[in-house]
Structures are given as C-alpha cells and as structure tokens.
Design a protein around this ligand. Structure first.
Ligand code: GLA
Length: 380
C-alpha cells in the first residue's frame, strides 16, 4: 500500500510525502455506551485508511481520493463542510485551525481498504489518519488523546453525527492481539489480550446502510439525555447513564415515558453486561461471552431499536449453528456488519451457507471478513 499511495501522490502532486496508516475498528461488546460514559471493548483491525501528505506553500489544500478517483483544491481560508469523503479531511483541518494550530497548505492523497458504511468506522479512520499526518507534517506536538478528541469533534461538526469517542480512540490506540477496555468517562484504558482459542471473530456484512443511521443516532443520544435529566432532578449526583441504576429508571423515568425508559434501560443493562463480559474474556469462557453478544443484540434490536431486518436476519440465522457462540449487530446500527464468535473449522462452510440464505431471503450479497487485530494510527 505504501508504494501504491506514493505513486498516486506523484501522479497528482509534487514532493515526497509522509505516509500514515490508521485502522478501522471492531467492538466486541458495549454498544451505544460510549456517549453515556460507560465502557466499550473495541480493537483496531487490519483494514486501514492510508494518507500521504506533503506541504505546499501557496496556502492551498489539494486532495485526491483513490477510491473515488476525485480531486479537489481549495484555499485553507475557504474550509467548510462538504459532501462525502472530503468532509472528514476538512473537518479535521477546521478543528486544527479553530484550536490555533499553525498549519499551512498541503496536498493529501487518501486511500485504504476499510469497507465504507460497514460499521468499521472508516470515517474515524480517515479523521485519525489526517490529524496524525498533519501533526507530523507541521510538527504541532499534539498528544494522541487530543488527536482523538479533534477527530471526534470533526465528526460532530462536519458530518453532523454526535458520535462518542470509541471509534477514534480504537483507531488511534489500537494494539495488535489486544482489545481496549476503555472507560469513556475517565478515558482510562487497559489492553486485554484477545484469546479466542479455536475461535475467530467473523464479520458478516449486510451490505446495506439505511439512511436513518445518523439522524436516529442523534435522537438516541437525546433520549438518553432526557432520561438522565429526569433522574437527576431527583438525584443531583447523577451526570450520565453510567451513574444510573435500573431501580432509578423504574422510579424516575418509567412513569414519565415508556420509550425513554426502554432506551435508557438498554444502556444501563449494557454497561453492566460489558463488565461481566470482560470477566468471561479473562477466564476464557467464550460460551458465556457469546450469550452476552446475543443479549446485546436483543436489546439493540427491540429496546434501543437501531437494528434492521438484514442485521436481525443474520443474527437469527446463526443462533442454531453449533459452531457459533454468539453474534450481534455492531456499531451505530441500521446496517453494516454483525460480529460473530465462530469456531475455526466452521467458518468457511457457515459463510457459504449464510451467503446463500441471505441472498435468497434479502436479495443481497453477503461479505464475510475474519477479524485480525492491528496496531493503531502510525507513521509508516
Ligand atoms: C458509532 C459511533 C460510536 C458509538 C457506536 C455505537 O460507531 O461513532 O461513537 O456510539 O456507534 O456503540
């Protein structure tokens, strides 16, 4: 990839670029918990975004996307949200400028193999790659944690999704063979070895991304905030769903609004489920972990209502498979992938049969990826 991206750079721009790689992510459990100050358990994967950048001295930005075969040029002073891929680059530039970092013009080529809209956080990978590359290029001295926060803010302001911190954190801090147990309130984190003896994490991609995704995401956030506000009125020490128990929800939220109750209840349950899942992983109890994945899916589908018929179909279809310990939808929802714990020897045959029934029932192609973990954002 490094030679290829350098070649593309030379075709479109001048100079010798520096190259940065930033991976996509999976999340084992802890979904829609990050913006509620809960825990998450993501890992960086072997599919990544690559950027090549070099300075230019006329205050202009030149961008080229290899995947889209599109080029654009604009002045650093003309930055504004744009459509599609440039917005993720420009959102980061905007954040750097707003924070007073001294960046000048540059040329940038974007490439990579993170499937887009598959729930592997290709946009977070782009944002992390860009902020890391510009930090290197202009010697800005920004810490990794601040880079993560810049990337997250870029997503909020330039693509309008009020995402949590998980995707960027996983892309930036990922480590090969490890998952990250991240406390999204304190941002303390610990690496836990991913030991799945005889099993692998397999993603089945629905190959759909329903348009509801970003608006419904923001609505879920508001519903959680509403629940917190009602609890807080009676219990002022409460600041997020992290501080809330099921009993508090029963008392302070259930009488007010059944829908908000349902949403908050899922999150509160998921926060404690993750703690238990970490113990399962530590003890190598993959059967127990797998059961929790199914429970999470159930909650995401019926209480949090961020699944869709394609995701539900794929989870339902593996439940009777002896080679599968657990499965659930992964990421924001409304499409993308399911994550599955599958016995090594069962993967090939299962993928084939599942693709066949998915095509028959949903009229769509299914893609399968075996997850390999990787290191986080780095200069190559
Ligand atoms: C998306 C967001 C993350 C997180 C997940 C759901 O991937 O970007 O911050 O909220 O959805 O867990």
């Amino acid at each position: 990839m490094i030679q290829e991206i350098k070649k593309h750079f030379k075709t479109h721009f001048e100079g010798e670029p520096l190259v940065v790689r930033s991976p996509g992510r999976v999340n084992i459990i802890g979904e829609h918990t990050d913006y509620n100050e809960g825990f998450v358990l993501p890992a960086a994967v072997d599919k990544a975004v690559w950027v090549a950048v070099a300075k230019r001295n006329d205050g202009q930005i030149g961008l080229f996307s290899v995947s889209y075969q599109e080029k654009m040029e604009l002045a650093l002073t003309d930055i504004q949200p744009s459509k599609n891929w440039p917005t993720y680059v420009l959102g980061v530039v905007d954040q750097l400028l707003k924070r007073g970092y001294a960046i000048g013009g540059f040329n940038l080529v974007l490439d990579g193999d993170v499937p887009i809209g598959a729930g592997l956080s290709s946009s977070a990978a782009v944002e992390c790659a860009v902020v890391f590359a510009l930090n290197e290029l202009f010697g800005l001295g920004i810490s990794k944690l601040e880079m993560v926060q810049i990337a997250q803010k870029a997503e909020h302001t330039y693509s309008g999704v009020l995402c949590g911190i998980m995707d960027m954190f996983a892309s930036m801090f990922g480590k090969k063979d490890q998952v990250i147990r991240l406390d999204c309130r304190s941002l303390d984190y610990a690496y836990e070895p991913l030991q799945l003896d005889g099993y692998k994490l397999v993603l089945f991609n629905t190959n759909v991304k329903h348009s509801l995704a970003s608006s419904a995401y923001n609505t879920r956030r508001q519903e959680c905030e509403q629940g917190v506000a009602w609890v807080k009125a009676a219990c002022p020490e409460v600041n997020s769903l992290r501080d809330v128990s099921a009993a508090m929800l029963d008392t302070h939220v259930a009488p007010k609004d059944a829908l908000v109750y349902k949403r908050c209840r899922y999150v509160v349950d998921e926060i404690s489920r993750l703690q238990a899942a970490c113990n399962d992983l530590e003890q190598g109890d993959l059967t127990a972990l797998g059961q929790k994945l199914y429970q999470t899916h159930q909650g995401l589908s019926s209480a949090y209502e961020v699944s869709c018929k394609e995701l539900d179909f794929l989870v339902e279809a593996v439940k009777s498979e002896s080679g599968v310990l657990g499965a659930r939808m992964m990421g924001g929802g409304f499409g993308g992938c399911t994550i599955n714990i599958v016995q090594d020897q069962a993967i090939a045959n299962l993928s084939e049969r599942l693709a066949e029934s998915y095509r028959k029932q949903m009229g769509l192609d299914l893609s399968a990826y075996i997850v390999t973990t990787s290191n986080g954002t780095a200069l190559i």
